[in-house]
Design a protein. Structure first.
Length: 384
């Protein structure tokens, strides 16, 4: 199941800037304008809706059908300047995350995205370009826009390449936030492929010799998705920092920190250094856009290694056995990564997305700014 902490909602998905990276470390463009105090107030206000450090269904709110939310997101994004096609893509991806109760990386992201486009920090109409290509590899330039566009397009192309080569890899750079890492691993999953995706962003603080090494820690995102048959697919979607640095804990048991540092460093290297996000031409003021992020995505076509149905059968047995075990404390059932999201999505497709109070308020705010009608008034009877 997804384990983004409460600060992820105001952090990682909104871009890192020059502070730190990932859920508890990324710093949003709005944060830089309002300062750390404003950021902390927003995080405290959202914490109850984040479910004690996890994305979970809301205890109160309003239920909105997915098709209405998709239309609303598309309307907002078009008002912010995107093409109709790109606006629809954003609606599909962000609403899919809301359906899974991955609210930290769902529709509430349009607030920051729209404002950044309108103020000129993010290119609303990027022309994604192929920089380099081979039968099993692809390098894309995001032209200063949101990372969703090169990463989604690139993943589609990488899947096609994997059909021939068995494995295909993609790197992207010169773009803003790419959303949840599982957006792209799940894209592979839908095509009976295994997907691996990760991202990182440029940060001066991680290269400051006056800072302790622990300062490089950040929750750089990574996701793995493996197909199943009848059981929930195995989808890990997390920030790389499993544990933060605590001097007292470090003295007693340093091992968790070293493992966390190692994992996040590999994600930053593959998801940032390898795609080339530190190139001088991508830095401001030389770059017109705040395009500080990159991504690395790997696609494996299962059929090149074993019949897909055989893998699905084996994975069903693997996942099913574990789901039959006793649940962890405080949970109602035993699930592996992605299991809860799988169940919530099925339920919310029927009942509607459970939108919490602060989520609704934020969407209403950006809608008022742009003159877009929200879907809330027409579904008042669904409040709970």
């Amino acid at each position: 199941m997804t384990e983004e902490v409460a600060t992820d909602a105001a952090g990682e998905m909104r871009g890192e800037g020059e502070r730190g990276e990932g859920g508890a470390g990324h710093r949003s463009q709005r944060s830089r304008a309002e300062g750390d105090d404003g950021r902390r107030r927003r995080q405290r206000a959202r914490a109850p809706e984040q479910g004690r450090g996890r994305n979970t269904p809301r205890d109160s709110g309003i239920r909105i059908p997915a098709h209405d939310m998709r239309r609303f997101v598309a309307d907002v994004m078009e008002k912010a300047g995107t093409t109709g096609e790109d606006a629809q893509l954003m609606g599909e991806i962000l609403v899919a995350n809301d359906l899974r109760c991955l609210f930290s990386h769902g529709t509430r992201q349009i607030i920051t995205y729209a404002r950044n486009m309108l103020k000129g920090a993010v290119n609303p109409r990027p022309e994604v370009k192929v920089v380099r290509e081979s039968p099993g590899s692809l390098v894309l330039d995001g032209d200063g826009g949101l990372g969703y566009f090169p990463c989604h397009r690139g993943t589609q192309l990488a899947i096609e390449k994997a059909r021939t080569c068995g494995i295909a890899a993609l790197t992207t750079s010169n773009h803003h936030h790419f959303g949840a890492a599982s957006n792209y691993s799940r894209q592979a999953l839908a095509q009976d492929c295994i997907g691996i995706s990760m991202s990182s962003s440029r940060s001066n603080s991680r290269r400051d010799p006056e800072q302790m090494l622990s300062r490089v820690m950040g929750s750089s995102p990574i996701s793995f998705a493996i197909p199943t048959g009848e059981q929930p697919p195995l989808v890990l979607d997390m920030g790389g920092t499993v544990t933060g640095f605590d001097p007292k804990v470090f003295e007693v048991n340093p091992s968790p920190f070293f493992k966390s540092l190692g994992l996040v460093s590999v994600i930053q290297a593959l998801g940032g250094v390898f795609p080339g996000i530190y190139r001088e031409e991508l830095r401001q003021p030389r770059s017109r856009w705040e395009s500080n992020q990159g991504a690395f995505i790997l696609i494996i076509d299962v059929n090149h290694f074993m019949p897909i149905q055989e893998l699905k059968s084996e994975m069903d047995a693997f996942v099913g056995l574990r789901r039959g075990m006793k649940p962890l404390p405080g949970l109602d059932r035993a699930e592996l990564a992605g299991g809860y999201e799988w169940a919530w999505a099925r339920e919310n497709e029927v009942k509607g997305i459970p939108v919490g109070p602060s989520h609704e308020s934020e969407l209403a705010e950006i809608a008022a700014e742009l003159g877009v009608e929200t879907p809330f008034a027409q579904h008042e009877e669904t409040r709970f």
